[in-house]
Design a protein around this ligand. Sequence first.
Ligand SMILES: [Zn+2]
Length: 391
Amino acid sequence: MLDLLPSIRALIATPSISSPDPALDLGNRAVIDRLAEWLSDAGWKVALQVVAAQPAKVNLIATLGRGSRGLLLAGHTDTVTVDGARWQHDPFGGQVVGDRIYGLGTADMKAFFALVLEATRGLDPARLAQPLLLLATADEETSMAGARALLGTDYLRCARYAVIGEPTGLRPVRLHKGVLMERIVLEGHAGHSSDPGYGASALEGMHGVIGELLAWRGELQRRHRDERFGVPVPTLNLGCLHGGSSPNRICAACELQIDLRTTPAMDLVALRQTLLQRVRQATAAADPRLRARCEPISAGVPAFEAPLGSALVQAIEQLTGASATAASFATEAPFLHQLGLEPCVIGPGRTELAHQPDEYLELAALQPTIELLRGLIDRFCVQPEEQRAQP
Ligand SMILES: [Zn+2]
């Protein structure tokens, strides 16, 4: 078994960039193969799940011990892309300077896997009354295809609770917003600008659509205010707009991309239906000759909220002394929740450093993470009496 810092460095040195651009996307297979070897050597039973028939994208599910109602330690093995010119440290170097280890994925979130291996080093599976599982996913940073691929499978059937080790500064997160990203496309006809009757302007239609979207946003914000979030309302961002080709030509096609961040009370399917309906109405009101459609840019991630009184959230609050909070970023938690698990998000590293140049993890966070993991393994796997007493 490797020591902790060399294991973190080995994971950082193994690139696993996810990107919607196939030229940049590397897949996560190399990291999974490394983890599979370490976990097998340490006595875990390892299973691999190829994601979306792409051999370079793999989920790893490892189990220690037997039984049901176990504890899952979960995270993603991919990283965002890297803009090397903006980094002062080697993004794949794992260089230690002072109290920090630098590299892409140090905080978000490859180091978490090395910490799990360290926390469980020498743990005798015979001591586990309930199993311990580890999940390492693909493609969290882009489509969440890895977590989605688990839906409908029974890889995690013997897990009850899930710790997702995303960087939260070791503060438990029990709820986060959801996200929808949608493309709105209007199509009309081009024509000479001297006579509006020669064409149907998609850009003018989009003007009506934007007005409608801003009115809808106001309604959603009045209806779904949730004071537990730092931004206590759902947000709708007009992210980019493309259309037309020349000042003297009527604009034939126009595309707007939006991002909608939802609170837990909002249903993504219903929102998509309302979006389409309101876009169509506004388009028809602007010019009945225009055609409108909406397309998801990605499949969307629902908001997540752990049940009140969650035994896992309470245990983490006791072990860390920090009360659970809400996060503004989305995680794989809703998918694990759909599988019947009770997740809580907590991990070392500061959220605001993720996806930034010179991402780092403070070495001072390593030992408290190991102690937290050992405390949870003890409560949920070694001596789980309280949980067994519950129905
Ligand atoms: Zn992450």
